[in-house]
Structures are given as C-alpha cells and as structure tokens.
Design a protein around this ligand. Sequence first.
Ligand code: UDP
Length: 416
Amino acid sequence: MINVRTRKTVSLENYRHVIDSKIYEEIGKLADELKGIRICHVNATAYGGGVAEILRQEIPLLKSLGLDFTWAVINEGEEFFNVTKKIHNALQGGDQEFTEDEWRYYEYCNQNLASEFDPSLYDLVVVHDPQPAKMIAYLKKGKTKFVWRCHIDTTSPNEKVLNYFKKFIDLYDAYIFSAEQYVFKSLKKKIFIIPPAIDPLSKKNVKLDRAQAESKLRSFKINTKRPIVSQVSRFDPWKDPLGVVEAYKIAKKRIPNLRLVYAGNVADDDPEALRIYKQFEKAVENDKDIIVMYNQEGLEINALQTISDVVIQKSLREGFGLTVSEALWKGTPVIAGNVGGIPLQIEDGVNGYLVSSTQECAEKLIFLLENKEIAKGMGRLGREKVRQNFLLPRLIRDELAVIKEVLGSLIHAKIN
Ligand code: UDP
C-alpha cells in the first residue's frame, strides 16, 4: 500500500463565494470537533475514475482545516485488478462467472493488504469500493472504526456476488452509499447516503472563458466554429462509448457539420479499458469528424466541457457520474442515461434530458442543437443545481458529520 502525497494548497475560505454560508460554518464547527482524530482513506487507484478525482481534491482541503487525513492506495497487480473489475461489473448487475481460483486470489491479495496495514494508526478508516473491501476480514481492528464507502451502481447486483460480499461486509461499523436504491438489503449497521461532488476550484472546473477554452483545445485540432457534442468517460462498456457514436451518427444525418469529441482514459485499476479503447478506435477510424482525446485531464477536460454545445453521458449503469455535474457546472446542457446517480443531477426536461435508448439520445441531441436558447436555459439551471447540491464543501460537511457520528464517544474521550 502506498500513501499518496497531495501537494496542492487550498483553503476553505476560497470557496466562500460559491457555497452557502451555512455549509461553511458547519464545516468549521465539525473540523474543530474532529481535531486530533486520525482518518485514513483506502482505495484502489490514485489516477483515473471518480474516486481518485474526489480524493485528490478533498484530502488537501481537509488537511487545510487542521485535520489528520491519510490517503492510502493499494498496489496489487493486473491479475488482481482483472478479478476486481469482474467483481465491480457483477455488483453493477453484469453477468459474470468466477472460478474458485479467482476468489482465492482476491482473498489472498486482501490478506496481503491487511498484513501491510496497521489499523492502530487511525481512529477511523474509510475503505472505498470492492477492491480492498475484504481486507477487514484479515485485520485485528482493535478500537479503530471501519466504514465501507460504495461508489458503484448496485441497483440490481448479481446475487451470487452480493451474497459473497454480505458474508464479510457486516464487519464494518457503517456504510456510505451514493443513493438510497444502492443500499444492500439486510445490512445491520448504520447506513449513510452521500452523493459525491465536484471541486469548483480544481483545474477541471475553474471558470474558463471561451477564448481560453479554445486555446486549450487548439492542439487537438477541434474546430470550435462547428457544433460539438462530447462525452468524457473511462473506456468502459457501462459508459456505452459505442452508443455515443451511434447517437452522433443519427444526429449527423440531420446536422451534417456536427463533430463528436470523445475524451477517454484508462484507470490504473482497469485492465478491461485497453480492449474497449481498441474497439472504440476501430469503430471511429473512418470518420474524420470524430476526435478522440486520450488520457487528458484538468484544463483540457474543462475546456472540452466548456466549449461543447451538448455533453452526453450515455451510461448504462452509473454510481453517480461526476462528469454530469462537471458539464452542468459549466452551463452546458447534458443528455444522459436514466440510470443510477444521474437522475439526482438531471431533472428530465428541466436542466437536461434523461434517455433510455440511443435513438432517444439522438433525438434530444438534435433538439438541443436546433434550439440554442432552450439549451442555454437548461445549462443555466444545471449550474445552479450543481451549486446547491454537488460541490465539494457539501461533500466534506456530510463526510465529517458521518465520522463524528461513527466515532461518537471516542471524540469526547480524546478531547477530555
Ligand atoms: N476523466 C478525465 N479524463 C478522461 C475521462 C474521465 O479526467 O479522459 C475524469 C472525469 O472528468 C471525472 C472522472 O474522470 O472527473 C470520472 O468520474 P465519474 O464519476 O464520471 O465516473 P467513474 O470513472 O468514476 O465511473
């Protein structure tokens, strides 16, 4: 396991102009109460995907409040991540078969993780997602509290895999899910619902004007005078990259100068991604109006979300979908799959569209491209929805409140 060093310097004060003062004050109060408490986040990757994105932004802010936070990333190899990607897919409802050897390897690696991890260094440990989840079965927890934070869309999980998880998930002291419908039935400990959030001050979300965005995209040869639709997503079947291409092709028959920009990356813990990337490359190779931005982040993604006329997030399953809030925050209307955590962010027909098929996606795309004023209005409402609900300080407030509740009397013992 490797401790991630986050060097960014930030201050909650910088967020005052975007968040409501109530949240600002609540964070201050909670931070005072939690001084001296040692917390560790454990997840599977420092790069790629929403969890790494959130931790990279929130850990420096939490530290700036004088809190003692550590971020540890597991460093198991590709074979482990092959199994855990299958587990991830199965918990999202995919039809996966596992061999005995695969389960044994998952357990062996989690045993290794447990042997490298000393719970006595922390008062509370937040374990993210399935990859390191079973570590708890091989640890001596002592007085340390453990919270399992599930980010994935477990609306209709594969029952066999769910039953396997239920056998050890009871060892946790509390659970955090992103939405009510994800909660596993029959959990006996405290359950908290906390949707994720985006950092309005990160390079990815800071305000860019059109000229700045255009200049960031120049090297990708994106002609910003023509209509642009984009999707930003890992190369993952649940993000339906080929469905995005299909929707674009249908819309292009009506709007011939339309261009599609697909920004896609490969997370460190996702061995499936390269195969999907190759499949995608093949599907788009004959269309010069499709541009692929590979492994970009920060300002480049920001520029793309800013400049796009419409953003698509055509997910088939989606734990939350930070990319939806990221685009809405830039005032860009979003058409997205009506799944998982996306309806938390999009009210259908108000600040975007929720769709259930490629055809529907294409129709809404044509509509928004042909009705620019309506599109703009939706983008404006989207930005306000994100401001009120999905910005980092709200997430930090909610998480600190959970830590306080789970630790309960320990906090008083430390202070007294
Ligand atoms: N992302 C990125 N570059 C890419 C593709 C994705 O920086 O080429 C970022 C994206 O902007 C978002 C995160 O990766 O911040 C993905 O989070 P999301 O919750 O949308 O999906 P996940 O990958 O966690 O399923």
